[in-house]
Design a protein around this ligand. Sequence first.
Ligand SMILES: C[S@@+](CC[C@H](N)C(=O)[O-])C[C@H]1O[C@@H](n2cnc3c(N)ncnc32)[C@H](O)[C@@H]1O
Length: 296
Amino acid sequence: MLCTRNRALHCREDWLWSGRPVEPAAGMLANQLMTDFIATNRKHWDAVTPGHVASEFYDVESFKQGRDTIDPVEAELVGDVSGRTLLHLQCHFGMDTMSWTRRGAVATGVDFSEVAIEAAKSLAASLNLDTRFKVGDVLGLDLNEQFDVVFSSHGVLGWLPELRSWGQTIANHLKPGGRFVLIDGHPVLWIFDDERTDGEMRLRYDYFSREALAFEETGSYADPDGPATNTLERLHPIEDVLGALMFAGLTITGFREYDQIAWQAMPHMEQDGDGWWRLPAGIPRIPLMFSVGATR
Ligand SMILES: C[S@@+](CC[C@H](N)C(=O)[O-])C[C@H]1O[C@@H](n2cnc3c(N)ncnc32)[C@H](O)[C@@H]1O
């Protein structure tokens, strides 16, 4: 269901509960900045994806042997998907989407990187998996179809210039009563300097600034020897994430914070036996990851 004018006004009141100004809608962000975000980040993802497919981090070989890439947090929050239609947003080269297929879902993965979607399609074909993949920008996506579950996880929001259109995409693709699950890095983590190697947690980025952050980097979390690329990123405060979903007319059904994250987001993080990365013992804990559940 789309927000009607009245509904939008109602959502807007909900959204303003925090008393803070609303995040600018897509049309209010400089058009050039929106275009730059998509073009710059697409180029980045097209460039790094081949290295990711070959990386130890993604370990495609064990996936081919049957490894399930859905982690326990995702499994618990999404629940039983057998026979359900599931839309996976920002699916990268699709191992999680295919894992949902293996778990019985009728799964569709969407990503704006053609290189990633080509890799996903070829992996699915090699495994004879009936997973559908489409190239698309989550900010303007219209598959003309609604799903029982919309899902997105681990390293997704920071690439998006704004979240209002993202929330609308989720609402537009959910059946009435359908469920949305998001799991991602916590924005509180992103305020710390992630280039320090001495283990000190030093504040570097402003939680509330909502400015575009331009980075030049060589390699990536999955492929340290990967190509040099530019990215444009944004720290989205939690209130913008929840606000975008509420503004799109969704009802928030759950919110949790975790002292663990799926990748080594800071140099001094340590990987535990359960596979999650955490701050070393002795450092007071902060939220490293969060999850949101919502329904339409
Ligand atoms: C860290 S990856 C996804 C995480 C996934 N859980 C994984 O590890 O495979 C982020 C993905 O977001 C995609 N992406 C970034 N901005 C996008 C946009 N505006 N629309 C669609 N996909 C986007 C990138 O192409 C990339 O594949």
